[in-house]
Write a protein that binds this ligand. Structure first.
Ligand code: AMP
Ligand code: MG
Length: 307
């Protein structure tokens, strides 16, 4: 069933495929022409580096110059899974792929289709399979919406997590989270037994260490804002996670503390709002006091859609 897609990748073209986070736009990580096609297809700025997806621990050594002992523990514990690690890169890793940085980002995804594809073709770059600036795709239909009906997509239903991987820089100390995801700072700290930091660089900064930070992301056409005041606008889609549980209407979604479900369908709700003609999306403010490991990732993605 995968043969057709394996052939497309082997000849240097692109295939969208499911991972456990979101659908990825796959291309051969050693083929510069294929990588250029990824940037063109997404209209992605050239300085926004790609993550290389692998399916064996030993493949890390083809890309990373050095692997700290603590990173070894993280790989053993969280891979395959939604954790991307940033290492100093080997000289032969293509500059096109790293946006000219001296580091490279690696992840071993958990989805069986991603693993099969990588085993057959080799390491794949795989940014989210959406046009830059749009919400990441969590269903095959989302990829078709952005890239057209004829675009090759390995359709396998909805992705499980629904938010992109945690990105952790292990190329220098202290380790630093550039993008929060389903694997939390606390989980990482419990494995490495040391403090890690979370990057507080502003999205407006010219040369942030993780260039993706400076670009607007995840935005539907509807304007996204944090809920203030009442829930009485018919043109607004309301996403509520705790409060206001007693109000029922077609434009109000209650998660009742189920942050996993909220993450799972957030991007689909963003796209749904556009399809159904909502002019805005109001999200009940999240707070760390809710003590769920998905809160930082949800807050980060919603803040990006707001800005
Ligand atoms: P995407 O593939 O669209 O989910 O985005 C990949 C994210 O990883 C972006 O935020 C990039 O800035 C970040 N990233 C990839 N490679 C590196 C790297 N070498 N150093 C810092 N950040 C990186
Ligand atoms: Mg993306």
């Amino acid at each position: 069933m995968l043969n057709r897609f394996i052939n497309i990748l082997n000849r240097g073209d692109l295939v969208a495929f499911p991972t456990e986070t979101v659908y990825g736009l796959g291309a051969d990580a050693w083929n510069p022409t294929a990588i250029q096609k990824v940037f063109d297809q997404k209209a992605r700025p050239a300085d926004n580096p790609l993550i290389v997806h692998i399916a064996h621990r030993k493949t890390v050594d083809s890309f990373a110059e050095t692997v700290p002992a603590a990173a070894e523990k993280l790989m053993a514990h969280f891979w395959p899974g939604p954790l991307t690690l940033i290492f100093p890169k080997k000289p032969e890793v293509l500059d096109l792929l790293t946006g000219g940085l001296s580091t490279v980002a690696l992840r071993w995804p958990q989805h069986p289709i991603s693993q099969e594809l990588i085993e057959q073709v080799g390491p794949l770059v795989a940014p989210s399979a959406n046009s830059s600036g749009k919400p990441s795709p969590t269903k095959p239909e989302h990829v078709k919406e952005d890239f057209g009906d004829d675009f090759p997509v390995i359709a396998a239903g909805e992705t499980d997590i629904g938010l992109e991987s945690t990105v952790l820089d292990v190329s220098s100390e202290p380790f630093c989270i550039y993008r929060p995801g389903a694997i939390s700072a606390k989980q990482i700290e419990s494995i490495v037994n040391k403090r890690i930091i979370t990057n507080n660089e502003s999205s407006k900064e010219q040369n942030p260490k993780s260039p993706g930070i400076k670009y607007t992301h995840y935005s539907p056409h509807a304007t996204v804002h944090w809920l203030k005041g009442d829930i009485n606008n018919q043109d607004t889609l309301y996403l509520l996670h705790q409060k206001y549980d007693n109000i029922k209407a077609d434009n109000i979604v209650h998660y009742a503390g189920d942050y996993k479900q909220m993450a799972h369908e957030l991007y689909d709700r963003f796209r749904q709002a556009d399809h159904e003609g909502f002019t805005s999306i109001a999200v009940e403010p999240l707070s760390e006091t809710q003590k769920n490991e998905l809160i930082p990732a949800l807050t980060n993605r919603i803040n990006k859609a707001v800005s």
